[in-house]
Design a protein around this ligand. Structure first.
Ligand SMILES: [Zn+2]
Length: 146
């Protein structure tokens, strides 16, 4: 019986694609043609209050410090809201920040919020979303069945 090293067991698999290529996003701009002419479009204010609601819900968890939205990015199909602890925003010190603060994506036409993630850059998650490969807790629960 030989005992060969098992150190290679945990192989981090990547599919060879680095962060999404920005030129793919150009196609997303044409997607609006496919939408009904009178599709409802929410305002940034409405999108922000949706994001604020989620941030407030998180802050109400016992182990989570008070959180606040610290930035927004505007995209053709959505807004992306970034948040951090109130202390981090005040001090700017990474020591006061929280990890796992996945930015919130809010759809322009529906107002549907989505969690992105923290493992990759926001452009990766936006590309996944634009290509219909996105799924999260928030949109899964609004779908019909699991
Ligand atoms: Zn989602």
């Amino acid at each position: 019986m030989t005992t060969t090293g098992k150190a290679g067991e945990y192989v981090h698999r990547l599919d060879g694609h680095a962060a999404g290529t920005p030129d793919r996003i150009d196609r997303a701009a044409n997607a609006s043609i496919l939408l009904p002419h009178n599709a409802p479009v929410i305002s940034e204010q409405e999108a922000r209050s949706t994001a604020e609601e989620l941030v407030r819900a998180m802050s109400s968890e016992p182990d989570v410090p008070p959180l606040a939205i610290m930035g927004v990015e505007e995209h053709p199909e959505c807004w992306v809201f970034f948040y951090q602890t109130v202390r981090y925003i005040e001090t700017g010190s990474i020591m006061d920040g929280v990890a796992g603060n996945a930015p919130i994506l809010v759809e322009r036409t529906t107002g549907q919020p989505h969690w992105t993630g923290t493992a990759r850059s926001i452009s990766y998650y936006l590309t996944e979303y634009a290509n219909g490969r996105h799924t999260c807790e928030l949109c899964r629960s609004s779908g019909a069945t699991m």
